[in-house]
Design a protein around this ligand. Structure first.
Ligand SMILES: [Mg+2]
Length: 272
């Protein structure tokens, strides 16, 4: 199956305004990522109450609970090779089936820092309308609370889960009356740990997908990331508080043997 998805649209991307191209060097140079201004919310930190709740011992449930799965696009489900073509992307192996599985078994929000119209177009390419209609929400760059200036520059975006929990439409999607989405039952899947700075123990941080054989970075030929995440999500549904579980058992691509091997740990330390 051809994972290369093309889209003819080339909507103006404000990030392009910060790029510079020379005639002698075809490499596109982009401005450094800057921290959001105070007016955009600044750089968040976990609250003491959040840290305290996540520090309790994990507690298994007798039956699975619903979870809200918040999924990033670029670097997680897909790779966009050209900033000038914001909806042209290469799909990570298994991305569509992973999304379908999540929609079928969990409650899904797609949240990307790309512009909202581009996020919607990418979702429409990843999922057929009947599946996409079951996604709780599709959020783009307009949902970070950025000032106009920060929206237009390469600002570090923070996916504050509190923004999701406070959203009436998202809150109403919890299937059990009187229950709410919270740090106990929300998971953010992103290739950037920094995005989850405010709720770090609600995050599954995956290796960045750079396009695989068709892209510009080395990705193992059999990219098993999303199948591993799928299994980890299933484990989380059996936990009373996912943040308590993730704090002690964070998602990893290492096998149990690698985790247990002192030699492997030494080699990893040398590489840093
Ligand atoms: Mg990303």
């Amino acid at each position: 199956m051809d994972n290369l998805r093309l889209n003819s649209s080339s909507q103006a991307n404000p990030l392009q305004q910060n790029t510079a191209i020379t005639n002698h060097n075809p490499v596109r140079h982009r401005d450094a990522i800057t921290a959001p201004s105070a007016a955009s919310g600044g750089v968040p930190e976990p609250t003491p109450a959040y840290l305290q709740q996540s520090s309790f011992p994990p507690f298994p449930l007798p039956s699975p609970q619903p979870i809200l799965v918040v999924i990033d696009l670029n670097g997680t489900l897909l790779h966009r090779p050209r900033p000038s073509s914001p909806t042209h992307f290469i799909e990570r192996p298994g991305a569509s089936s992973f999304l379908r599985h999540c929609v079928a078994h969990h409650h899904v929000v797609v949240w990307s820092s790309a512009q909202a119209p581009n996020v919607e177009r990418m979702c429409a390419q990843l999922l057929p309308p009947d599946i996409l209609s079951r996604v709780v929400a599709v959020w783009g760059r307009d949902r970070f609370g950025l000032t106009t200036a920060d929206y237009r520059r390469r600002t570090q975006c923070y996916k504050r889960l509190t923004r999701l929990w406070a959203d009436p439409g998202v809150a109403l999607s919890h299937p059990i009356p009187a229950c709410a989405w919270s740090q106990a039952n929300t998971v953010l899947i992103d290739d950037s740990a920094e995005k989850a700075r405010s709720e770090p123990y609600n995050a599954i941080t995956v290796p960045e997908f750079g396009g695989g054989a068709r892209g510009n970075s080395a990705v193992e030929p059999e990219d098993e990331v999303l199948s591993r995440v799928e299994a980890y999500l299933d484990t989380l549904t059996w936990q009373m508080d996912v943040s308590a579980y993730i704090r002690r058992n964070p998602f990893t691509m290492e096998t149990e043997e690698e985790t247990a091997s002192p030699m492997a740990q030494e080699e990893e330390g040398e590489a840093e």
